[in-house]
Write a protein that binds this ligand. Structure first.
Ligand code: BG6
Length: 495
């Protein structure tokens, strides 16, 4: 800030998001370890954390599942996951460091004896482990969460932090947290019998993406956008998460989840909250979570008429023929909803959230579409007709970056205007700095006990409340189910 009229003291500083507390020895216990997530995301993330020297010196990984597997066969699978999906190149030596710290325990989720075996394997009663962090990661289908929490709680593998009994324990829930409002309430109540809220980490990996975290940095590290971040200047906002892949053999899972539970209820609503929230008092976890929750609280509930006009659900052609999918399935693979946030800042501004599988290209982005100019000053009518509004596009993935569409003079005699892009490209600007994968950041935050990027109980409940009419309407047929061609742009939705 040299030569500046502003001194550091003029800007009160906030902290929290990037808090680097030191790490204690830790054991990761992965339930549902035979599933895809361990192979595609968790092991590659642990591998990269090891490459970057970010894991505690003494860490262990205990993989848990119901089936009778050998550790060797599992390690083979995890190794291939690291080779295929890790962002940093494969090094046998680093892999060996993970492999030799990994064990497997077969657990029957409803059987107390299984938990006794697991507890012994974890060495939780040993004095040496009194300060060790035990991180239980539930990557099973959500239908198993209750029985596992009960098993962990009743058998003393987790205890409420305020009891100060036993080593520190935390539980991470892979999303979705429940399958509707009532099951989420039930799961919350059950989890609170055995754990304090500070020990519960409700995962939404979108919050761990660098570009999603950058929404707050962009809004609150730049003075020029905040004054025009409201209903007076913004005409509408589009949040889009399209994928070009289908359900990839996960038919049974997807039939249960559908696009509403899989992406809309969590990833898209969390992005919405970051775009729409008020500035927090600081970047401390609870301040950020408070502001996100206020957005969810202010969501206008969809009634029969808005569901009819503002919601579009569809399946890609061929979905019902996929393995594990019901031939009469009413599970949507595409959803789009126009919603409103009933607060002072956003009154009357439509937010259009759209997401789907098997579309033309993978693309997650936010478009802030500004109000048009109030008066056209150009003489030629065709120039006025051509004027396009300013659009600020925040590209979450791929081609991560931010661009602003502005109107500019087209060179030449004629008074003409063309839209052009001012562009910031993450990868160009930070060539040397590889982006940390979302799961790396979030696993580390669980170890550090930083809950900023995890949903708090009330957030989850508000989100379920909001999507309830969509889930009901999809099932009872009151919302028509359209179809779209795989590889297409999906149904069109107007603001
Ligand atoms: C997951 C969903 O949460 O997010 C998947 O279960 C989806 O169905 C995935 O493909 C998308 O994540 P990303 O990080 O690839 O955008």
């Amino acid at each position: 800030m040299e030569n500046s009229i502003i001194t550091k003291a003029d800007i009160p500083s906030v902290s929290g998001l990037f808090n680097k507390a030191s790490l204690h020895d830790a054991t990761f216990i992965i339930f549902g370890a035979t599933g895809d997530l361990s192979m595609r995301k968790l092991f590659p993330a642990l591998y990269n954390l090891r490459v970057d020297g970010l894991l505690p010196d003494d860490f262990k990984i205990v993989t848990v599942a119901r089936s009778n597997k050998t550790l060797e066969s599992l390690l083979e699978r995890f190794k291939s996951g690291v080779q295929r999906f890790s962002r940093s190149g494969f090094k046998e030596e680093i892999w060996q460091q993970l492999a030799e710290r990994t064990t497997y325990v077969q657990v029957n989720y409803g059987d107390p004896q299984s938990y006794a075996t697991l507890k012994a394997e974890l060495g939780m009663d040993k004095q040496d482990n009194a300060q060790r962090r035990y991180l239980f990661y539930l990557s099973t289908p959500p239908t198993s969460f209750n029985v596992i929490i009960e098993g962990l709680g009743k058998n003393g593998l987790v205890t409420p932090a305020h009891h100060n009994a036993g080593p520190p324990t935390r539980v991470v829930f892979e999303k979705p947290f429940g399958r509707d409002l009532s099951s989420a309430l039930e799961l919350n109540a059950l989890a609170h019998q055995y754990l304090d809220e500070e020990q519960l980490f409700r995962m939404d990996h979108y919050l761990g993406k660098e570009t999603v975290q950058n929404i707050l940095i962009f809004r609150f590290a730049n003075a020029i956008f905040e004054p025009i971040w409201n209903r007076r200047y913004i005409h509408h906002v589009r949040i889009t998460a399209f994928e070009n892949i289908g359900i990839e053999g996960r038919g049974a899972f997807y039939e249960e989840a559908g696009v509403i539970r899989d992406v809309l209820q969590n990833h898209l609503l969390q992005i919405l909250a970051l775009c729409a929230m008020e500035p927090p008092n600081s970047f401390e976890a609870e301040h950020i979570r408070d502001e996100r929750a206020k957005v969810f609280k202010a969501l206008r509930h969809l009634d029969a008429s808005s569901v009819g006009s503002d919601v579009s659900l569809a399946q890609y052609a061929g979905y019902r023929e996929e393995d594990g999918v019901d031939r009469d399935s009413r599970t949507p693979t595409y959803a789009s909803v126009k919603l409103f946030i009933d607060n002072w800042r956003w009154a009357g501004v439509p937010f259009i959230l759209s997401t789907g599988k098997n579309l033309k290209k993978k693309m997650t982005q936010i478009e802030i579409v500004y109000t048009p100019v109030p008066l056209c000053l150009f003489k030629e009518n065709d120039v006025c007709m051509k004027l396009e509004p300013n659009v600020l596009t925040i590209r979450i993935q791929p081609e991560e970056g931010i661009s602003l569409r502005i109107g500019t003079k087209t060179p030449g005699e004629k008074e003409d205007v063309s839209p052009v892009q001012m562009d910031f490209d993450f990868n160009q600007s930070f060539k040397e700095k590889a982006q940390q994968e979302a799961y790396e950041k979030l696993l580390l935050d669980c170890l550090r006990g930083n809950q900023t990027l995890f949903a708090r109980q009330e957030e989850v409940e508000h989100m379920w409340h909001f999507v309830a009419p969509l889930l009901d309407g999809a099932q009872d047929g009151s919302i028509p189910m359209g179809t779209y061609e795989p590889g297409s742009a999906g149904p069109e939705v107007k603001p």
